[in-house]
Every structure is written in structure tokens, then in C-alpha cells.
Write a protein that binds this ligand. Structure first.
Ligand code: PHE
Length: 352
């Protein structure tokens, strides 16, 4: 029996030598010290050992048990240490590596230009007035001196919000920011119709037209409108204000010129060109060799429009202008296709 215990001990310790990880160690523990192990069999059979040997065998069996448990504990510590070393090696983490930067968004190039324009106009005393994007035919056209069936409506084909509804005053997406002129004048004239206050505002926002989308025309675009109404406002105020605007926007040397144009809501009407800031007026591909870039439409507010806004045209005059931030951004950055603006291609947008 003592011989057998020596064999059990030797076999177990021998097997323990080749145990290399916790899983195998668990297997060894069950096999050599568990309920079905040879050692446990010895303990179970101790009653059948001859009385005079029983003490010695019991003592020896206990020694084996203690020895195996000690070996197990020692092995477990070794394995744990080895596993820790291995995981440190394999899951190596270089805490000195620089972090990955967060990608943060930027301001859209159209918005950048829009804000720049509004900032300059604010410095010149034009306060922002925001008006609605869904308008009635009345505000978008009729009050602006486009009667029903007027041919100038053709230039501003519209998205109608209601197909049924009020036949002669349907809702539509505004085709320009000019309806805000009427809303601002009416708001100012409310409560003081005989003596309405002067107005000097900028009207920014998105406009919509039912266009064929091409590199030069989109179905949505921003406009910034300007409106000044008061007593003794003349065409030279318009020219002076807009020339000053051009110098602030395009540089101190920016020259301007005014060409006659027609809009139903202004009389007389003009378009302002600025000397090409890319070639300095020499003539290049952007200004199509002319040396001038068309920047905005403008004019003296038509008497019918003043009237519609609640301002007596015999006493008050005013000027208005409207420009497109996307167009200005295209000129400034030599962007060849207007579809980039709402195409949401981050490769384009990240450049600004
Ligand atoms: N509303 C005009 C357009 O969209 C621009 C404009 C505004 C012209 C104000 C003159 C005065 O084309």
C-alpha cells in the first residue's frame, strides 16, 4: 500500500510538470485529487487495511495529499505569472501613442458667405429680418407688382404647396426673399399707418425655384435681400451703399458699375457688376474676358410695392437689392458647378 502511495505521488507530480495553463491545471486537480482519483480510492479503502498497518498508511496518504496540494498551489502561482506576462506581451498597449483626433464639422461654404454678407450689412446698419419660406402667391408675386398672369413670373417657376386650395392665392415655396419686404413694411406700419418708421433691413434665406438642375441652376439657393425705406432716399444712396458694400466684401479697390435691368418690384432697376477680383479687370475665364462679374440686382422700390407695404409712395421712397451667396462663393473659390453646394460630398465641403 505504501508502495502504491509512492507511485500515486510520483505519477501526479510527474503529470504536473507538463501542465502549462489554468485549464490543464483544473484537469490535473480533478484527475489526481478529485473524488475518482487513485488517492481518494486509498482513503476510501483505508478501513480494509490490516489494523497494524492502518496508521502508517493513513499517515502516508495524508502526506501525499498535502504534497499534491502544495505542488498544485505552487504550479497555479507559476501559471498565473506566466499568463500575466503573456497577456502583457500580446495585448501590448503603447500609452505614448498620440490619440486619434475628433473630426469636427465646419461651416458650410454657402453659410460662410451668407454670414459674411450679413456681417458687412450689419456694420452698415442693416438689421436682419427673417421671413417665412412658404409664402402665398399674393406676397411672393402680387404685392411685388407681378399681377396674375404677368410674364415675369415665367422667370421664377414655382413649387406650389397646395394644388387645390385658394385658386387665386395658392401657397408656394418662396422664389425670392423679396416677399419679406412686404411683411417687414406691414409689420413696421402696423399701429402707425400715418407715420410709419424708416426701415433698414437685410433679409437672408433659402429660396426655391422649379428649375432644371444644371451646373448653373439649382432648385434651392440662398438670397440676401436688402431694403431701405424712408424719406428722401435716392438712387445715389443705393449706388453709394452698394459700392461701399462691394469694397467691404471684395476689397478696398473693388470698382463697381450699374447696368439697367428690369424687375417688376423696382423702378428704375439695375444690376451691379464688380470688377473681376480674380484678374483685376484684365479679363479671365471666370469673368469671361469681360473684366466684370455680375453680383446683384437692385432698384428703387416701386410705388405699388411701397403702397402694398403700407407706406405712402408720395412721401416715402426706398431702395432694395438682392444677391446670391452661392454665386459669390462660386466666383471667389472658382467653383464650377453649383450642384456641389447641396450634394453633401464631404470631399468638397472639407475644403472650406
Ligand atoms: N428678387 C430678385 C430676384 O430674385 C432680386 C432683387 C431684389 C432685385 C431686390 C431687385 C431688388 O431675382
Amino acid at each position: 500500500m505504501l508502495e502504491k502511495l509512492n507511485e500515486i505521488q510520483a505519477a501526479a507530480l510527474d503529470a504536473l510538470e507538463s501542465v502549462k495553463d489554468s485549464e490543464a491545471l483544473q484537469g490535473w486537480k480533478v484527475k489526481h485529487t478529485g473524488g475518482n482519483s487513485a488517492l481518494t480510492e486509498v482513503f476510501k479503502g483505508i478501513g480494509k487495511v490490516a489494523k497494524e498497518d492502518r496508521g502508517k498508511v493513513g499517515k502516508r496518504a495524508n502526506e501525499v495529499k498535502v504534497a499534491l496540494e502544495a505542488a498544485l498551489t505552487e504550479r497555479a502561482a507559476l501559471i498565473k505569472e506566466a499568463e500575466l506576462a503573456r497577456s502583457l506581451e500580446e495585448d501590448h498597449l503603447d500609452v505614448t501613442l498620440p490619440g486619434r483626433p475628433f473630426r469636427h464639422g465646419g461651416v458650410h461654404p454657402a453659410t460662410q458667405t451668407l454670414r459674411r454678407i450679413l456681417g458687412i450689412l450689419a456694420d452698415m446698419g442693416f438689421q436682419v429680418y427673417t421671413s417665412r419660406e412658404v409664402e402665398s402667391d399674393e406676397y411672393n408675386f402680387q404685392h411685388l407688382n407681378f399681377p396674375l398672369g404677368h410674364p415675369a413670373r415665367e422667370m421664377q417657376d414655382s413649387f406650389y404647396v397646395e394644388s387645390e386650395g385658394e385658386r387665386d392665392n395658392p401657397l408656394l415655396m418662396r422664389t425670392h426673399t423679396s416677399p419679406g419686404q412686404i411683411r417687414a413694411m406691414r409689420e413696421a406700419a402696423v399701429g402707425n399707418p400715418d407715420n410709419p418708421p424708416p426701415i433698414r433691413i437685410s433679409l437672408p434665406g433659402m429660396c426655391y425655384r422649379y428649375e432644371q438642375i444644371t451646373s448653373r441652376s439649382e432648385i434651392q439657393f440662398n438670397q440676401v435681400e436688402g431694403l431701405a425705406v424712408g424719406e428722401n432716399i435716392t438712387f445715389s444712396d443705393l449706388k453709394g451703399t452698394l459700392s461701399d458694400f462691394a469694397r467691404r466684401m471684395f476689397g478696398a479697390h473693388a470698382r463697381t458699375r450699374f447696368r439697367a435691368q428690369h424687375f417688376p418690384f423696382t423702378e428704375p432697376s439695375a444690376e451691379m457688376d464688380v470688377e473681376c477680383f480674380l484678374c483685376g479687370g484684365e479679363g479671365c475665364s471666370v469673368c469671361k474676358k469681360s473684366g466684370w462679374l455680375e453680383i446683384l440686382g437692385c432698384g428703387m422700390v416701386h410705388p405699388n410695392v411701397l403702397q402694398a407695404g403700407g407706406y405712402d409712395p408720395r412721401r416715402y421712397t426706398g431702395f432694395a437689392f438682392g444677391m446670391g451667396p452661392e454665386r459669390q462663393a462660386m466666383l471667389r473659390h472658382n467653383i464650377k458647378d453649383i450642384r456641389y453646394f447641396w450634394g453633401n460630398d464631404s470631399r468638397f465641403l472639407e475644403q472650406f
